[in-house]
Design a protein around this ligand. Structure first.
Ligand SMILES: [Zn+2]
Length: 462
């Protein structure tokens, strides 16, 4: 069995910070000790003096090879998980998609086929339920038994993924009985479709109108409705990609009542805004995603939500489309721009920037990026922390290194960066996944097929 020793680093978990040596054996962390206090022999030693040793990131919201608007997300499981590894993320939870008219089984099998043998890091699945009916609901227990313990519904995208309130209520009831978590894309899709039609009729075709028709109030209204439906169903609820201050207020109010309501946001909502959507030419298309980017003044509310635990998780909603040939599908009609942004590679670094700027603490950084998503989706303490028995998914992080993000240097399979030219302090230096070195000081040593499917238990906050 290979023994690996990481010496002298500041070990940061959601719970604490301690200077410690970390011993890895057989793919797991076996011990932590005061620096230099043990005479451990090892096959491989990493000196982490002056660096952080943090758990590998857990990105609970990705869409590799996701079909959307007549095209598909440009990262495969191979390229997307490789980029994740470069950015210190060692677990992703991707969304398997039920095709309308198809079964959940068929959708999940499709996703297994795409991922199997291709992933550089470990992976798990949520299931998108896009066609709720009795036979489909009868499939839920089987999926939970296979470790797919969360189901995502959409209040947006009528005719594609949309579920009406009755379908949502039925699914929530069934999921609650099974101890599963319902995830919600909370935007009022039918109302948005009216505003899209009216905008296009006025000749408003530019990318910035994507942000204008998908109103904050329609995110807030749907969030409110999802919460009330979950209360009626006696079900827990996880709201994905919260971007509007008004939607966050609904989640905060529900949590103040003691309800099992959780919220996620993404780096794009913390760092980008409608100013990007309004970039001249067709550049704004690079920033089209749903929920949309909001005016800058929403960012402070989201950061506050992250500090006060009204938001628990930061994921990426990684769903990249190339500018050339994909985003361009909507050159004359913003509603035809594929929705999604690349981001899986930069989440750990962008959130660390929040530490550098004094917005969140180091332990909160690790909680939001590693521990909370692992607990939320039934992967803790195997993932998301550094403790004896945990998988040796470890990142040596240099908090002082300076890097500039760019499409010329990133590893995602997409032809632009949403953060082109942005300079960040902090950088991933070394990445281990179950004790195997994936990345060391700029050398990529990972391989497709190292990543394994992770069956998940139920949400650990319930
Ligand atoms: Zn998504």
């Amino acid at each position: 069995m290979t023994r690996t020793l990481i010496t002298g680093g500041l070990v940061v978990t959601a719970a604490e910070e301690t200077h410690a040596d970390v011993l890895v054996e057989g793919g797991r962390v076996v011990a932590l000790a005061l620096p230099g206090s043990q005479r451990w022999s090892a096959d491989r030693v990493f000196d982490a003096s002056g660096k952080y040793v943090v758990p590998g990131g857990v990105d609970a919201h990705t869409h590799m090879e996701m079909p959307f608007g007549g095209t598909r997300a440009s990262d495969t499981f191979a390229t997307g998980t490789r980029a994740a590894a470069w950015g210190g993320t060692t677990t992703i939870v991707d969304f398997a998609v039920q095709r309308r008219g198809g079964s959940l089984r068929a959708g999940l099998d499709d996703w297994h086929a795409k991922a199997d043998g291709n992933c550089a890091v470990d992976y798990a699945f949520h299931m998108i339920v896009s066609d709720v009916n009795e036979p489909v609901l009868r499939e839920l227990p089987g999926l939970v038994g296979e470790g797919v313990t969360s189901f995502k519904l959409f209040m947006a995208y009528p005719g594609v993924f949309y579920s009406d309130d009755g379908q949502i209520l039925r699914t929530m009831q069934r999921a609650a009985d099974l101890g599963a978590l319902t995830m919600m894309h909370a935007e009022n899709g039918p109302a948005i479709d009216v505003l899209v039609e009216q905008a296009l009729a006025r000749g408003e075709t530019d990318p910035r109108h994507h942000g204008e028709v998908r109103k904050a109030l329609l995110e807030a209204e749907a969030t409110h409705r999802a919460i009330q439906l979950a209360r009626v169903a006696g079900a827990p609820l996880y709201v994905v990609h919260v971007s509007a201050r008004e939607a966050l207020a609904e989640i905060a109010a529900a949590r103040d009542l003691g309800l099992p309501v959780f919220g996620e946001t993404c780096p794009q909502y913390l760092f980008l805004s409608t100013d990007n959507l309004a970039e001249p030419g067709f550049e704004g298309a690079k920033y089209v995603c749903s929920t949309p980017l909001r005016p800058k003044d929403h960012q402070a509310a989201l950061w506050r939500g992250l500090r006060t635990d009204d938001l628990q998780v930061v994921s990426t909603d990684h769903c990249p489309f190339c500018f050339k040939g994909q985003k361009e599908l909507g050159r004359d009609d913003f509603s035809k721009i594929p929705n999604g942004l690349p981001g899986v590679e930069h989440r750990m670094d962008l959130l660390h920037q929040g530490v550098v700027e004094g917005r969140i603490s180091r332990t909160r950084w690790i909680e939001l990026a590693c521990a909370a998503p692992a607990r939320m989706f039934g992967l803790h303490p195997r993932k998301g922390t550094i403790a004896p028995g945990s998988d040796a998914d470890l990142v040596i992080y240099d908090p002082h290194a300076v890097q500039t993000l760019s499409a010329a240097t990133h590893h995602m399979d997409v032809d632009y960066s949403a953060y082109e030219g942005r300079t960040l302090t902090g950088r991933v230096e070394t990445v281990l996944s179950r004790g195997e070195v994936l990345l060391d000081r700029g050398d990529y040593l990972g391989r497709p097929g190292h990543g394994a499917f992770l069956p998940r238990s139920a949400c650990q906050y319930l």
